[in-house]
Design a protein around this ligand. Structure first.
Ligand SMILES: [Zn+2]
Length: 374
């Protein structure tokens, strides 16, 4: 699972650089508006738009190859959102421009970014504090947005992709729980019946701390499940036997704190209301088998990398397991697994669409059987 953090950083600009950015934002917006005017409103695919206007954009506005591609992508994306909201596409304002890895880079040594503007590349210093520095340390962000804010200053919005880290609600509340528990036991009088009023007050206070942890977990499970099902056509998860795993005392607290069972229930729920395929697969050998060749590689829980002696592949243990789970899930759905279109993120729009269609049609046919399996 991945989530994207957008980091907003102010740019320290010379007057000259400011003028260049102004020129770029103007050209970017003009290019978007022109594209929106000359391409038929029904065309929404960025690849098709690109085929129609790419040359015009480059010649007329002096945009670089990647900037022209970003313009097409933005017009396509805006059209899709506008259709979804049933509203017309708004005119593009000269307030922002999109950047990808080719036309943007970040350097940690001196906290600068390098941006391609109109016909030149500029290195610009970031005005950032400890928070941003901590987030950017050791990272190589590959996409960003150059923005003019309402305060008249230029900012860069840097997108950082992070793995979803489960917030440990119970661990964080442990101190408060301990305190409440201690106060309660101090008020307990052995053999007294009924216990004092103060005892019952303390008992209720302890209950509230537990209730808070419970509600935080539920909230997280719902939001994450909603997000995952909403942005994917097929969701496959491992049907873990939580009750058995909790028997391992070293892991019991962490596993219960994660609330996996609750999370999977919400995945099923959102899958049903949005008609998406949500599949549970058996967890047998998902982390042992090689996702590349199928060879079984025995490993303990502490081995974090999967290295296959058969096909010499070396990947993260969890990535390997995730690929195996996806493979199993697609087998259940009766969809052919194309390794290259699932493991790589950088794929062209047309491939992406083909793959999506294949899944969608197969899902239509198989959806009943999947529901039964669940
Ligand atoms: Zn292998």
């Amino acid at each position: 699972m991945e989530h994207v953090l957008t980091l907003v950083c102010k740019l320290q600009l010379t007057t000259e650089q400011g003028a260049k950015i102004d020129a770029l934002l103007g050209a970017f917006a003009e290019a978007c508006n022109l594209t929106n005017r000359i391409v038929k409103p029904s065309v929404k695919s960025k690849t098709t738009i690109q085929g129609l206007v790419y040359q015009t954009l480059r010649e007329q506005f002096g945009l670089s190859a990647n900037q022209a591609v970003r313009v097409c992508a933005r017009v396509g994306a805006n059209r899709k959102t506008a259709t979804a909201k049933n509203k017309p596409v708004k005119a593009f304002e000269p307030a922002s421009a999109d950047y990808d890895a080719r036309i943007f880079s970040f350097r940690e040594q001196d906290w600068t970014v390098s941006l391609t503007l109109l016909g030149c590349r500029e290195r610009i210093k970031l005005v950032i504090g400890n928070y941003q520095q901590g987030k950017l340390k050791g990272r190589k962000p590959t996409s960003a947005q150059l923005c003019l804010h309402r305060d008249g200053q230029y900012y860069i919005h840097i997108q950082l992709k992070n793995a979803v880290i489960y917030p440990q609600f119970l661990r964080k509340s442990e101190k408060r729980l301990k305190k409440a528990q201690r106060r309660l036991s101090k008020k307990f009088v052995k053999g007294a019946k009924p216990q004092s009023q103060n005892y019952h007050k303390a008992r209720k206070r302890l209950g509230k701390v537990h209730l808070k942890v419970q509600r935080q977990r539920k909230d997280w499970a719902i939001k994450q499940a909603r997000c995952v099902v909403h942005s994917n056509d097929v969701v496959v998860y491992e049907d873990l036997k939580i009750a058995n795993m909790v028997k391992n005392h070293h892991l019991a607290k962490s596993i219960s704190d994660a609330g996996w069972y609750q999370y999977t229930q919400w995945l099923d729920y959102y899958g049903k209301i949005w008609d998406k395929a949500v599949v549970a697969v058996s967890p047998n050998y998902t982390s042992q088998d090689c996702s590349n060749c199928g060879h079984r590689v025995k490993k303990s829980l502490s081995t974090r990398t999967h290295s296959c002696p058969n096909c010499k592949i070396e990947i993260c243990r969890d990535t390997n397991a995730a690929l195996n789970i996806l493979h199993k899930g697609l087998n259940v759905l009766g969809v052919e697994w194309n390794k290259h279109s699932t493991s790589g993120q950088e794929e062209s729009g047309s491939q992406d669409r083909k793959h999506g269609e294949k899944i969608a049609t197969a899902v239509d046919k198989q959806f009943d059987s999947v529901s039964k399996l669940l």
